[in-house]
Design a protein. Structure first.
Length: 137
C-alpha cells in the first residue's frame, strides 16, 4: 500500500486524505486565441475547491472541459480520465492551458486517478486492452 510522505510511520493514503485545494493561473497568461478567450479561462484568477465536492457548471463552449483537462494534465493524469499508469489516448486538440495552471494540494497528490464521462464510454475497450497488455488502471 502507498505510504504517504507526510504521514506518521505506517500510515497510508487512506489515513491522510489527499485533496486539491485550488487551481490558479500563473502570471503572463496569453489573452488571445484558444483557449484564452474562453469565458472560464478569461475570467479565472483562482478556483477554490470545496473539501467534499466541487461542481463546475456552465453553458456549452464556456471552457469547463478545457479547465478540467488542464487540471488533469498538471496533476499527471490523462485529460480524458483514468490513472497515471493507464492507457493514454490524448486528443491532439487538448489546449496548452496546462502550461499556465498552478495547483495547490493539501497533503499530497492522489495516487490513483480521476473519472470522466469519456472514461465510462471507453471503459469496455480499456478493460479489454488491459487483459492483453498488462496495463494497470
Amino acid at each position: 500500500m502507498y505510504a504517504h510522505p507526510k504521514a506518521a510511520t505506517g500510515a497510508t493514503v487512506a489515513d491522510v486524505q489527499a485533496r486539491l485545494k485550488r487551481m490558479a493561473l500563473r502570471d503572463h497568461v496569453p489573452t488571445k486565441g484558444f483557449p484564452y478567450e474562453l469565458p472560464a479561462v478569461k475570467h479565472l484568477a483562482k478556483l477554490q475547491f470545496h473539501e467534499r465536492v466541487t461542481f463546475i457548471v456552465g453553458d456549452n463552449g464556456m471552457g469547463k472541459s478545457t479547465l478540467v483537462e488542464a487540471l488533469a494534465i498538471v496533476a499527471g493524469f490523462p485529460p480524458e480520465g483514468g490513472s497515471r499508469s493507464g492507457v493514454r489516448e490524448t486528443d491532439p486538440t487538448v489546449s496548452e492551458l496546462c502550461k499556465y495552471v498552478r495547483l495547490t494540494w493539501e497533503n499530497a497528490r492522489p495516487p490513483w486517478g480521476w473519472l470522466t464521462a469519456t472514461t465510462f464510454a471507453r471503459w469496455p475497450s480499456m478493460m479489454s486492452s488491459r487483459s492483453t497488455s498488462g496495463v494497470d488502471f
